[in-house]
Write a protein that binds this ligand. Sequence first.
Ligand code: ZN
Length: 134
Amino acid sequence: MSQRMKPPMGEDNAWWWDMAAAGELGIQRCKSCQTLRHPPTPMCGQCRSIEWDSIASSGKGVICSYTILTHPQFPGYEYPLIVILVDLEEGTRFTSQLVGCAPEDVDFGLPVEMIIQEDPDGFKLPVFKLQEKH
Ligand SMILES: [Zn+2]
């Protein structure tokens, strides 16, 4: 399989990919008002502070929305591709991919947990799987 395209990385988001490479799902946090935000931006939308740090998400959440992609197909992904919008426990939303499950098994409100998918070239990407039933 050919390699997936790498995300553009700059000053505003390289830290997030560094956390992913370390196995964590990062969420940016305003140092002034503690508001969590994703995707990373230079300024807080609540209080306009440019001071921020980050926390590691628990990686747990529920499926808020999803779509099944069959076309167009990009290299490095397996199709059909299940793209999900996750409501994380921390309160932010995260767009990702659901793996290890068939498209007909996806539904709104299902609990999911983050796992790190490592490409053959070592690139690490946070994706999600359905939480095991207990
Ligand atoms: Zn703020």
